[in-house]
Design a protein around this ligand. Structure first.
Ligand code: FRU
Length: 429
């Protein structure tokens, strides 16, 4: 169903209790509600925002359109956790209720300063001709969880060489200075990221564009994130407008990184290797990272993509976040592993061992909607081997290794409700 502009920009405050209850019961009847991924109570979730550790807890916000599974008026929804496994819904974090964010509290990040969590975000506004005017804004959360916005934006326009596609500030501290990377589009409609600095978080100085070796690389870079890990500089961003290239860039938009030397803050340049996608599967976008008290760099992404219909839409909700992944650098690559805390979810264990040749074997005792599966294959000279999940008469989801082509293949052609089929139903790498 197409939503009209007025419907998309309706505020949650204007929805009646009956309407909300109706939507909620529709959502709760959906057979695809998640069991351990962060998901919206109703409506649409997109980017993770403000991922941080503050006052003894992990805080994780996300982009939220409450009233249905469309990209309408965006709020920040707040969740928190003590262990990165069990998340508690803490209610709306930021509402689009100021002149400078009236058409959406867009993505951003969090940073602790002076005992308060500072939330940086883009205030999205559109004028009477529907032209965007983005503002970079700050809200402050105290140790009681009260959040208040500053009364005006800290950056109120993009420098002249950039268009109104200027958003998603990611802030970090280096020495006594704060830095922010912001996703941008040059006036020639190519994507890039720019750097700002500040001593007090209030006055921000435009330092310039971050120089990479990527040249013309898509028309917009969303959700940039820069950090240092094991003496490498890692720059993550979500470029839009890359053409598919072989098995790469098959999704509508990409999310990936370049790895190299650390960012020279004076020259604003990065020397780096090739761009690599963070996830070669189907539904992954706009990730964000944080460092936890143990010094781990942890990433969470949006498990979904813009401009695609999802099977949960008719049930009034869409998308969830990925599990938290710990990042390390190994062999010139970023390695992502589920945080070890997730092992606390393990309950009953079942084991099976077999020798199978040119055949498939069905395992009983591995039923259920949520489980962790650890498989080891002694492959011999098999041309391919793998697993079929949810395999029945009509449906199956296949993960296999093609030893001839040396490719890992994920095939969801027969997974059930078709999703984003115009972007293909198989991924390989
Ligand atoms: C990425 C994105 C961001 C923007 C937000 C709006 O998915 O488009 O660039 O801030 O979503 O919801």
């Amino acid at each position: 169903m197409e939503w009209l502009r007025e419907q998309k920009y309706r505020r949650i405050e204007d929805a009646s209790e009956d309407e909300m209850n109706l939507l909620l019961s529709k959502v709760n009847r959906c057979p695809w509600r998640q069991t351990f991924h962060v998901q919206p109570v109703m409506g649409l979730l997109n980017d993770p925002n403000g991922f941080s550790f503050f006052n003894g807890e992990y805080h994780l916000f996300y982009q939220w359109h409450p009233l249905g599974p469309v990209h309408g008026l965006k709020y920040w929804y707040h969740t928190k956790s003590k262990d990165l496994v069990h998340w508690e819904n803490a209610g709306i974090g930021l509402k689009p209720d100021a002149v400078f964010d009236r058409h959406g509290v867009y993505s951003g990040s969090a940073n602790e300063n002076d005992g308060k969590l500072h939330l940086f975000y883009t205030g999205n506004t559109r004028d009477e001709n529907s032209v965007r005017h983005p503002y970079q804004c700050i809200a402050v959360m105290d140790s009681f969880g009260n959040i208040s916005k500053l009364d005006k934006p800290v950056i109120d326009h993009a420098p002249s060489r950039y268009t109104e596609h200027f958003r998603d500030p990611k802030v970090w501290k280096d020495g006594n200075k704060f830095y922010a990377v912001i996703g941008a589009q040059r006036t020639d409609e190519t994507g890039c990221a720019v750097l700002y600095s500040s001593l007090d978080l209030l006055e921000w100085t435009f330092e310039g564009e971050i120089g990479t070796e990527l040249g013309r690389f898509g028309y917009m870079w969303e959700c940039p994130d820069y950090f240092e890990l094991q003496n490498h500089g890692v720059f993550i961003f979500s470029p839009q407008g890359l053409e598919p290239a072989g098995e790469r860039y098959r999704n509508i938009y990409q999310a990936g990184y370049v790895l190299g030397g650390t960012l020279d803050l004076r020259e604003k340049t990065l020397r780096h290797g090739p761009f690599a996608e963070l996830d070669r599967g189907f539904d992954f976008y706009a990730p964000q990272t944080m460092v936890d008290p143990a010094g781990r760099r942890i990433l969470i992404g949006w498990m979904g993509l813009p401009e695609i219909d999802y099977p949960t839409d008719p049930s009034g909700w869409a998308h969830c976040l990925t599990l938290p992944r710990e990042l390390t650098v190994h062999g010139g690559k970023l390695i992502q592993q589920p945080v070890r805390e997730l092992q606390t979810l393990r309950k009953k264990e079942a084991r099976a061992a077999d020798t199978i040749f040119n055949d498939a074997k069905r395992y009983e005792g591995f039923t259920g909607a949520a489980y962790e599966l650890i498989c080891e294959f002694a492959t011999g000279d098999a041309a391919e081997f793998g697993i079929e999940f949810r395999a029945g008469d009509k449906n199956k989801t296949v993960v296999k290794y093609d030893a001839v082509q040396k490719k890992v293949i994920l095939d969801r052609t027969l997974s059930g409700e078709p999703t984003g089929v115009e972007y293909g139903t198989v991924r390989a790498c």
